[in-house]
Each structure stands twice: as C-alpha cells, then as structure tokens.
Ligand binder design. Sequence first.
Ligand code: AMP
Ligand code: MG
Length: 322
Amino acid sequence: MTSSSRRAAYLAVSLVWTACAGQPRLFEAVEPHMGTLVRIRLYAEGEEQAAPAMHAAFARIAEVDRELSDYLPDSEVNRLCRAPAGTPVAVSADLFRVLEASQDLAAESGGEFDVTLGPVIRLWRQARRDGLMPAADALKEARARTGYAKMRLDAGARTVTLAQAGMQLDLGAIGKGYAADAALAVLCERGITRALVAASGDLAFGDPPPGHGGWRIGIDTRVLELRNAAVSTSGAAQQHADIGGKRYSHIIDPASGLGLTAPITVSVIAPRGIESDSLSTAVSVLGAERGLKLIAKRPHTAALIAGGGRVIASPGWPGEKR
Ligand code: AMP
Ligand code: MG
C-alpha cells in the first residue's frame, strides 16, 4: 500500500459523524503528519461538505510539512540550509512567516528560543537513541554553528541569509502550531468555521460547536472552553533522554547546549498556534519567573506552568483559582 492510499484508507475509517436533526453534524478525521497524528473535528452540513474540506486541510498540513520539516531531506528549510553561506535565498510565504515569528521571539527571549539550534538538537536526538551524552567536543563544534543573530531576514525581498556554513534550522517548536493555524484557515475558506485542529500538543480552535461557548479541553486539573484561540503544551513527558540517572528534555537550553533537566510542563493560550507553540517552548527554557514576564508582554496570551510540585497560572489563564 502506498503512503497516500494508506492515508486515504485511514481517512475513510476515521471519518465519523453524529447526526442531530436540523443541526450541522460533527465530523472527525485523523491522519499521520509531521511525525504525529493530526486530528480534525468540524461541524458541516453533510459529508459532501466535510470530506473535501478535511482532505484540503490535511493536504495543507502536508504542504507546510514539506516546507518546514527538518526530517524530510528535501524540505524547503533543509534546502535553505544547504545553500552557500552568505547568499540570500528566496523562500515561501509560509517559511518566511515562521522564521520571522521565530526571530522576534528569539530577540524577546534573549535567545532562549532559537531555531538555529539544529546542530545541537541533532546531537541530542542521537544521544537519546544511544543512551549516551553527546561528546563534549562534538557539542562544542555543533554549538559553534548556532546563533539566531547569524540568520538574517529581508521582508521586502522575502529572502533568508544564513551567515555561516553548516547551520541547521529546526522548527520543531513552532511548525505544528503554524500547521494547525493553516489547516483551520483552509476550512474557513470553505465556509467551515466551527472546527478544531489538534497536532499532538498543539491545538487550534475556530468557532465553537453549535450551542456551546467553546471547545472543551482538559489541562492540568481544569477544564477550559476555548474558541478562536490556540493552546500548546511543552514538556519532557513524551520526549526525553535518560542518561546516567538524569532525565534530559528534548528542549535545549541554548546557554549550555544541554537538554533541560528541571521538570517543567508549560501550556500557553494565544490567538494563534504559531504563537502558542513557540511560546510554550520559550517559557519552558525561561522558567516560571522570566516566562511569565514574557507572557505578560504578549497581548491575549496566558500560561500555566507546572513543575517542582507547583502549578502557576498567569493572570489571564481561564478558570484561574481565586
Ligand atoms: P515543543 O514540543 O513545541 O516544545 O518543541 C520542542 C522541539 O523544539 C524540540 O524537539 C526541538 O526540535 C526544538 N527545540 C528544542 N529546544 C529549542 C529552543 N531552545 N528553541 C527553539 N526550539 C527548540
Ligand atoms: Mg512549542
């Protein structure tokens, strides 16, 4: 079975709906994308409207993946990294938008969020497979090829210049949130506004289900109702390396080049997934105190930070304990 026919079969079995006389009906489908399962729920008049819209939304996610993935050797971002150093490279609107948001957050977080950490992240992926710490000299060499100041963006020309050879961009902390936004936008173009897109820990919500104030989602001990917003959760729960009795997160502290060791789980609500995804990772690195300052500066965002036996909610977090 080819991967596209497998995907189609997956869609056929997973497209389900519930009937409710005179009301739009709920449809749901799940497909594998971006190394995870992506779930779409939407309300539509009928299958004739729902099925092609689902198809278009998943196709859009696949397109974003071909642009942003560091796993696909021929993705647009990997081709950009192979271009000669110092040469401006014209890029797609999607890639430019994601890199622009990444650079803004890098500057705001004092470089704690940094999509140029690719060389270090690759070493840590290998470390996770081997169960061994990256060698000190390899880590030093990889770190010398990182640094967000070495990436320059020209908005007028929509070009990206990487100043140094061997740089590697990693959009793992922002791409899924952006893909969820992009899929919601495709549904909206087709007249479907009551929808949610969930790419593992990154969820984007449109208008609420009929008769409800929002989409219900459980985070920590609270149930939230969200509409026209996004929520992302970052933490070491799913991905980490256990080496020498220590647990290293897949999130890297750029100051040391090491995976975070403090257990912290961060959820962020923001208007869009591009922002909630990247902020949840940034706040994980910054820690509670500096993270909450960053959240306070971003309009319409809120965070819930759990770690070290404490749960801290930013002032705007819905359902905040009084
Ligand atoms: P998330 O699960 O959204 O928190 O993203 C984690 C992923 O972001 C990792 O698997 C890496 O691909 C990437 N990453 C790790 N550390 C950083 C960092 N300090 N800044 C930006 N991206 C990072
Ligand atoms: Mg993230």
